[in-house]
Design a protein around this ligand. Structure first.
Ligand code: ZN
Length: 164
């Protein structure tokens, strides 16, 4: 018979403190396509300032050609990730989006960046806030990923939780 492990509840259902929400923006200026920008410190500093003890932090971006991911800050991974994106949706391939009426007016052809963004499916990540800090593992970092060309970008952080 297969042994089952009971979930180890260490939950505290105390109702002290109040439930609050807070939000802040992080402004970025990217420099090239497939640039990974480590925003962990900015997110963590903002979360610490909210004074929320337990909750969730949603880290999102309101653009269609970028992503937010959680992964390791290691140069080999960064290169592998960039190579994988190029194999997935090469910059020079044909994209119908590049012929869209708005394409010439507002942006350089960026069909590849939309496809990469859609496949990453991560315009946001949600992380736990525990003991007033972002609940990241030892090797986890939060990255903003530019999938288009250099441009100004915004990351929105929304925190919902209980104060101490
Ligand atoms: Zn576009």
């Amino acid at each position: 018979m297969r042994q089952r492990t009971e979930p180890a509840f260490a939950a505290s259902f105390d109702t002290t403190g109040e439930t609050r929400a807070a939000s802040f923006d992080i402004a970025l200026t990217t420099t090239r396509t497939t640039e990974l920008i480590d925003i962990t410190e900015q997110v963590a500093a903002g979360v610490a300032e909210t004074d929320l003890e337990t909750g969730i932090a949603l880290i999102s971006t309101p653009h269609t050609t970028c992503a937010v991911i959680v992964n390791e800050s290691e140069s080999g991974f960064v290169r592998d990730f960039q190579d994988a994106l190029e194999r997935l949706a090469p910059i020079d391939a044909h994209y119908a989006h590049n012929d869209a009426p708005h394409a010439e007016e507002f942006e350089a052809p960026n069909g590849y960046a939309h496809i990469r963004s859609a496949f990453l499916a991560s315009p946001s990540v949600m992380l736990p806030v525990r003991d007033g800090e972002l609940g990241l593992g030892r090797w986890q970092r939060v990255f903003f990923v530019e999938l288009d060309r250099a441009r100004p970008r915004t990351v929105q952080v929304t925190v919902l939780g209980r104060s101490a």
